[in-house]
Design a protein around this ligand. Structure first.
Ligand code: ZN
Length: 174
């Protein structure tokens, strides 16, 4: 039995006790979050969120690309979210490789180059990465300046979130 079969069995019992059928589509807390996909991050639990409270957009590294901007624009303009949050974390897998190494490995393994992905957005400093993502959103012409965009590093050892100041662009931190 595959793990997908296992989780489908879990869904049977979930559906049997499901009571969220009447939640409104717009997030109740008017919050949108871009977080790393790391399996250890329980985003709802770390932030005290329930189903229906927030949009949670996840990818490798908690990176802002065109697709995250797309989702956040839908989130704000169509579904009313008013604050954006970026969540990276310690011990992130994106710290463990370089884009060029992975691209080389894939080209060698498959014998072909591709148009996309052209980059994997690996990074060497989590706080600097968070700042960069904040800046990408802050500078986008379709993201209103009235929306707070705040970034955080989740500490995998303590469960605590530490805010990253958007301004410290030149300080090098570990
Ligand atoms: Zn990560």
């Amino acid at each position: 039995m595959s793990v997908i079969d296992d989780v489908l069995a879990a869904n049977e019992s979930y559906a049997a006790r499901f009571n969220l059928a009447n939640l409104p589509m717009p997030p109740a807390r008017k919050l949108a979050i871009v977080a790393c996909m790391d399996a250890r991050l329980h985003v709802e639990e770390m932030l005290g969120l329930k189903a229906g409270d927030a949009h949670i957009i996840r990818n490798a590294g908690g990176i802002i690309t065109g697709d995250e901007v797309r989702s956040l624009i839908v989130s704000h303009y169509l579904l009313g979210t008013q604050e954006f949050m970026i969540v990276n974390h310690t011990d992130c897998g994106m710290l463990t490789f370089k884009d060029e190494e992975l691209l080389d490995r894939l080209r060698r393994a498959t014998g072909v180059s591709t148009v996309a992905p052209a980059t994997f957005h690996a990074f060497s400093n989590v706080e600097a990465n968070v700042r960069e993502q904040i800046q990408k959103l802050r500078s986008h012409p379709w993201i209103p300046q009235s929306i707070p965009v705040r970034g955080f590093v989740f500490d995998n050892k303590t469960g605590r979130l530490k805010e990253v100041s958007a301004a410290e662009t030149r300080r090098s931190t570990a």
